[in-house]
Design a protein around this ligand. Sequence first.
Ligand code: NAP
Length: 307
Amino acid sequence: MSRIIDGKAVSAQVKERIKAETAKLKEQGVEVGLAVVIVGDDPASKVYVRNKKKACEEVGFNSYEYAMPAETTEQELLELVNKLNADEKVDGILVQLPLPKHLDDKVIINNIRPDKDVDAFHPINVGHIMIGDYSFLPCTPAGVMELIHSTGVEVKGKKCVVIGRSNIVGKPMAMLLLHENGTVAICHSKTQNLPQVCSQADILVAAVGKPKIITADYIKEGAVVIDVGMDRDENGKLCGDVDFENCKDKAGFISPVPGGVGPMTIAMLMQNTLTAAKLHKGLSGGTDEGTSDGKDRNVWNKLFLHT
Ligand code: NAP
């Protein structure tokens, strides 16, 4: 019988910690600000933006929302990004993806100042994650790590399998597990014998985007199973990549959808925004929790704040 990992409860603890630190900063006259930019009318994006705004309120950040019409041109969006790059009230900039088809995500992301890139999507931040010397956490993978930590299972020396190799989830996920000394395999649509590879994993992270494709035969008895998927089942109901009912008795720990990874992603976004604010205000150089070795993060000040 597995234990269900409660993402809501873990994310509430993370947000409480952030709230307390934000209140202390306020006493010193330091405010934290997150700008969220949304282009067009995608209903899912609107929900995400609303949730991010709500999380800002919960932890005591100022949030600035910029809703732009679907016809916004690349130049107009870049002008806004540049304005936010220069705005001292704004510590973090998040451009909600996906953007309408005529806009190139890469061009926009590459123009966000890396020290305000709280999604950690800018190539400079991706590079820092790769070498394990980073201040900003890749939000979803970092949320997964918090969930794994909450189980008390140590990653060190464990066989870890990540299904999915996207730039925003699969690849950085594998890096974080590796930084914690897991033995990591990354699977994808061309992987052969997927159930057999997965069934050797002590820690299995599914980030595929296919409803309920992970069944009990993919799972090692007692494994930690984390479901990143946000999919719809045949009735249009939100579900994950893991067939929860089928797997829950075989896994040692399992995260549900909803109520697992989803709330963690937003909590980690709040953590990054706080880190950015501290960097901008010359306070501590980032978060030790976000680094593989807890080294001094002043490299950030050198790299971004005085160039
Ligand atoms: P993505 O870019 O579409 O990547 C999906 C990955 O899964 C790809 O690497 C793909 O392999 C692999 N894949 C597809 N079908 C497969 C199969 N049958 N067997 C093995 N691997 C397969 O998706 P993503 O952006 O990483 O997102 C993955 C899921 O996580 C989605 O459901 C998304 O909604 C969810 N998500 C949730 C959160 C959250 O906060 N909870 C955040 C982000 C994403 P190839 O590379 O070979 O194509």
